[in-house]
Design a protein around this ligand. Structure first.
Ligand code: HEM
Length: 495
């Protein structure tokens, strides 16, 4: 129950928002050359339609208004470019700026301002690429192996019969299992291991789950006091060790080391540093979310699972050195079925905007040669999920087809090949290669170490109300059985 003071705050806030929105909406006039504005509710604009089903809302709007149109989400005007061929032009337009978007998340969600953000993101971004990538990936693989060993020791509910010569089956939630394995590994890779510390992956995962439920409201600027459970979760998350304690860990990630030193140099407070570190954990949490979907999609599609296992088994045979199979990053990236399964999982589960703030009035030309005046102070976006679910580009878009991306398949819109059909990382994400490698290594290692099967009738569904999150969560966890395989070939990363 909310306290009475909170209710009063809520009512005052709602009245102020309504007055402000109706006034600004009333005063806004479409100027010549600007995109058409989608009709919406006097106060909410198109927010309700968007929240109910963003993809079908944007597809219907495209039919009615064309590829470029403006929607209003309460008080924010957002011009949608629903054209995959305009991705490159949008990404490279100098007047379309990501900085204010990043600032909005940092301030509204995590309550800090990053000083000299552009330079810092450039420097820290390097620590998950190029020569740093191997070290980060090795650290992740080591932590993942530890999480599997812990899992094998502590597996819950040895409820099913022990078949002859086989390890016993265990029952668990698939998402819970992914949290104890890939999330645990990511967490320890980011912050360094300190087993027994109260700020551990288990506590952090539970609180991140609660906190993320309110993420969209925070991002839009609703007062935090309206979400007491999320605030309680945040209180737990900021029990993170102080900067010096993290830096003293020998295996803390290069990303955190670089970022923390940078922030200390600029005189940022401990609270700012913790806020930043939570943003970093938040972007990594997407890797876990996607890994869940990839695993789920394989377990729901036996043919996909079988064909991926054939590819993996052949690769393992090919890469044997002594008792282990040894893979380079390039070897992993060349596994065609694995790549397709991961891409297809991204296509189905991504929920994020690629959004920019418009710094100056800008005449933007689409791929079809039409010019639109984009208004200074509005936002402009490509919404990847609407493109990912376009039936002209991806046949039967609501179906998971594990081999959709095999053999370098090309995708077309209006008869022209699309340069970037998959836009789940936007154009700016520095962690793309790292995240993809982590997910692929996770699938390779988990599927070769454990037998897995979904329980009868279990089926994960996308929680569409979380559109706006990079990767959609499922509506609920699903039950599955797993057991260790009898003969496991250890997988290793080549240096
Ligand atoms: C499945 C995992 C991930 C997904 C789906 C994802 C997705 C995204 C998206 C959509 C953006 C906005 C880009 C744009 O609008 O052009 C972004 C930005 C960003 N991502 Fe990722 N990301 C993931 C993992 C990571 C990882 C592992 C890192 C670690 C370094 C990372 C670091 C960042 C940063 C620093 C930005 C802001 C870039 C900037 O301000 O220029 N992400 N990500």
């Amino acid at each position: 129950m909310l306290a009475i003071g909170t209710w009063i705050l809520l009512v005052i806030f709602a009245i102020l928002i309504c007055i402000y929105v109706v006034m600004t909406n009333f005063m806004r006039k479409r100027r010549q050359g600007e995109p058409p504005i989608v009709k919406g509710h006097m106060v909410w604009g198109s927010a309700q339609h968007f929240a109910e089903n963003a993809v079908s809302f944007l597809q219907e709007s495209t039919k009615e208004y064309g590829d470029v149109f403006t929607i209003r989400l309460v008080n924010q005007y957002l011009t949608i470019i629903n054209d995959p061929h305009s991705y490159e032009a949008m990404s490279s337009e100098k007047n379309f700026d990501f900085d204010p978007i990043q600032k909005q998340v940092n301030w509204n969600v995590f309550s800090f301002v990053l000083k000299d953000a552009r330079k810092m993101i450039k420097d820290t971004g390097r620590t998950v690429r190029g020569s740093y990538l191997q070290a980060g990936f090795d650290s992740f693989a080591n932590n993942l192996a530890i999480s599997y060993d812990n899992m094998a020791e502590t597996a819950p509910n040895p409820s099913l019969k022990n078949e002859e010569n086989c390890h016993p089956w265990h029952t668990d939630g698939l998402r819970t299992f992914a949290a104890s394995t890939i999330f645990d590994a990511i967490f320890n890779t980011v912050f360094g291991r300190d087993d027994g510390h109260p700020f551990d992956s288990n506590m952090v995962f539970r609180n991140l789950e609660v906190f993320h439920k309110s993420f969209n409201y925070f991002w839009l600027g609703f007062p935090k006091g309206l979400f007491p459970s999320a605030m309680k979760a945040l209180e737990q998350l900021v029990t993170m060790p102080d900067a010096e304690e993290l830096l003293a860990r020998s295996d803390v990630s290069d990303y955190i080391t670089t970022a923390v030193r940078y922030m200390q140099k600029l005189g940022q407070s401990e609270a700012d540093i913790k806020g930043h570190n939570l943003v970093y954990l938040h972007v990594n949490y997407n890797t876990f979310r996607l890994a869940f979907w990839a695993l789920n999609n394989l377990l729901e599609n036996p043919k996909a699972h079988e064909n991926l296992m054939s590819e993996l088994n052949a690769a393992i045979e090919d890469k044997m050195q002594g008792n282990s199979a040894v893979f380079t990053m390039k070897d992993i990236e060349e596994l065609d079925v694995l790549n397709s399964v991961v891409n297809e999982s991204f296509r189905m589960a991504s929920g994020v905007f690629m959004v920019r703030y418009i710094q100056e009035d800008t005449n933007f030309q689409t791929s079809a040669g039409k010019t639109f005046l984009m208004r200074k102070g509005d936002r402009v976006a490509i919404y990847p999920p609407a493109i990912h679910k376009d039936a002209e580009i991806f046949e039967q878009p609501m179906e998971f087809k594990y081999d959709r991306f095999c053999n370098g398949k090309k995708f077309y819109k209006n008869g022209e090949v699309i340069k970037h059909p998959l836009m789940a990382f936007g154009s700016l994400c520095p962690g793309k290669r790292y995240a993809l490698l982590q997910i692929k290594w996770y699938l390779m290692s988990v599927l070769t170490r454990f037998d897995m099967r979904l329980q009868e009738g279990e089926h994960a569904q996308y929680a569409y109300e979380y559109h706006g999150h990079e990767i959609l969560p499922p509506t609920k966890d699903i039950k599955f059985d797993f057991r260790e395989k009898n003969h496991v070939v250890p997988l290793e990363l080549a240096n």
